[in-house]
Design a protein around this ligand. Structure first.
Ligand code: COA
Length: 248
């Protein structure tokens, strides 16, 4: 498939998706988000590594498009944005995002929809929508609240304040901060691509939906995964003191 706003590269069981808009801070329009979603869903079930070319991961939704939105069209715009973020969040394989430069607004919300976040120490984060007289409309209010809690989420979203990678890490938004953020993310993607698929699919599903609604599902999933051949291989390999060779 041909893409205009992203680059796609497959290496083994990992697909790398690179935001590559002409503007250097990678503002996100809907076409770009559609391409990201398509590249993930059409990846042949690979682990995904998402990052940005140029000077930033993304400085947010493309503000050039905002003047023409009305009440009605803004609702449709947000609904499609939500559908795309939900498709990424529920993709059955891990989606890792490597961040640098700016991770703002819609770019921050895209990162929130991913499963694991690695950032360069100089990355600047924030949901600055309030300063434009709008609000985060691609799931950011809810996903951030789940990660950092209501008090911190309200503080960050209501002020639109920008913050650095060390604070983002302290708040639990980031898994790791490293000068070699892309290499760290590549290594993580490679490692996760070797894990048993069915276990990872169920773990992602359970962890990424509100936990208190999921206790019953966790019990069912635990039973389900025990019927899978990779479980037998994983347990047998441990007992035989060798590396597991997962087939699925
Ligand atoms: N949408 C569209 N274009 C954007 C953009 C966005 N979200 N963010 C930056 N750009 C463009 C700028 O218009 C500028 O374009 P130009 O070179 O054609 O003039 C270019 O990217 C560089 O931005 P600039 O503001 O000159 O760089 P800076 O280093 O001074 O500041 C930011 C960088 C990210 C702090 C600043 O651009 C900014 O605040 N952007 C908006 C962030 C935001 O509100 N995002 C949420 C949107 S909902």
């Amino acid at each position: 498939m041909g893409y205009e706003n992203i680059l796609v590269n497959d290496k083994g069981k990992v697909r790398t998706v690179t935001l590559n808009r002409k503007s250097p801070l990678n503002p996100l329009d809907m076409d770009t988000l559609r391409e990201v979603k398509d590249a993930i869903l059409d990846s042949g079930n690979r682990v995904i590594l998402l990052h940005g070319a140029n000077k930033a991961f993304s400085a947010g939704a493309d503000i050039n498009n905002f003047m023409k939105l009305t009440n009605d069209t803004a609702g449709i715009f947000a609904k499609e944005g939500h559908d795309i973020m939900n498709a990424i969040a529920s993709y059955p394989r891990p989606v890792i995002v490597a961040l640098h430069g700016y991770c703002l607004g819609g770019g921050f919300e895209l990162a929130l929809a991913c499963d694991l976040r690695i950032a360069h120490p100089d990355t600047i984060f924030g949901l600055p929508e309030v300063n434009l007289g709008i609000l985060p409309g691609f799931g950011g209010t809810q996903r951030l609240r789940h990660i950092v809690g209501e008090t911190v989420a309200f503080g960050l979203i209501s002020t639109g304040k920008r913050f650095k990678a060390d604070e983002a890490y302290r708040l639990g938004f980031l898994n790791e901060v490293s000068e070699k953020y892309l290499e760290v993310a590549e290594k993580l993607a490679e490692d996760l691509s070797k894990k048993p698929k069915e276990s990872l699919r169920l773990i992602k599903h359970l962890v990424r939906v509100a936990p208190d609604e999921m206790f019953e599902e966790e019990i069912d999933a635990f039973g389900e995964v025990f019927g899978h051949p990779d479980r037998e291989e994983g347990v047998r390999a441990f007992l035989e003191k060798r590396e597991a060779n997962f087939k699925d």
